[in-house]
Write a protein that binds this ligand. Structure first.
Ligand code: SF4
Length: 177
């Protein structure tokens, strides 16, 4: 597989390794920023700025930007069980990404969520595949977790802001409580 691919990007540090892998495979990257899960407007902006900083140096120059509809996220993510909550969160973000790919004429999409060892890999793949079917595009699933350490080194070398928690208010509480 090669060609243009839309990569849903949760944050700049998690993009470093998947971007390297995808480019090695001759994919042309388009980056989609859609993360209404991130708790706190200032935190959201810090992560968005870090992504802008990374892309200014490494490309692609353009970023496709989703809205920060955190009220929608809070309405839809309504489980107290972490695993269920995360799955709903993946569903929301990956559905949006699949639709964005389809409407932009990009036939495949993937996500940096496949890089993080803190995410539920199988749930990400299942939700990605479902979203792809609904939108009529392809979900590219690669286990980027194999590059976990390399990705950390790359993001440190780029001097990127590295957040302490996944994103939502629950994850902030779980991290610090
Ligand atoms: S922990 Fe992360 S993936 Fe799970 S619901 Fe919160 S923001 Fe979403």
């Amino acid at each position: 597989m090669s060609g243009e691919i839309l990569i849903h990007t949760c944050c700049a540090p998690c993009l470093c390794y998947p971007a390297k892998c995808l480019r090695k495979k001759n994919f042309e990257l388009s980056v989609y920023w859609y993360n209404p899960n991130i708790h706190g407007w200032r935190e959201y902006n810090k992560r968005r700025m870090a992504l802008g900083f990374y892309l200014a140096k490494n490309g692609p120059a353009d970023i496709i930007e989703g809205s920060y509809d955190f009220k929608e996220w809070m309405k839809k993510i309504n489980s107290n069980k972490k695993k269920d909550r995360c799955r709903m969160c993946y569903r929301l973000r990956l559905k949006e990404t699949a639709q964005k790919a389809a409407e932009s004429g990009i036939s495949a999409f993937t996500t940096t969520l496949l890089y993080s060892k803190y995410q539920y890999f199988d749930s990400v793949v299942e939700e990605g595949q479902k979203a792809a079917c609904e939108a009529g595009v392809v979900f590219y699933a690669e286990d980027f977790r194999k590059g976990w350490k390399e990705g950390i080194s790359l993001s440190k070398a780029e001097n990127l802001y590295r957040q302490e928690y996944c994103g939502c208010v629950y994850s902030e509480y779980e991290r610090y409580s």
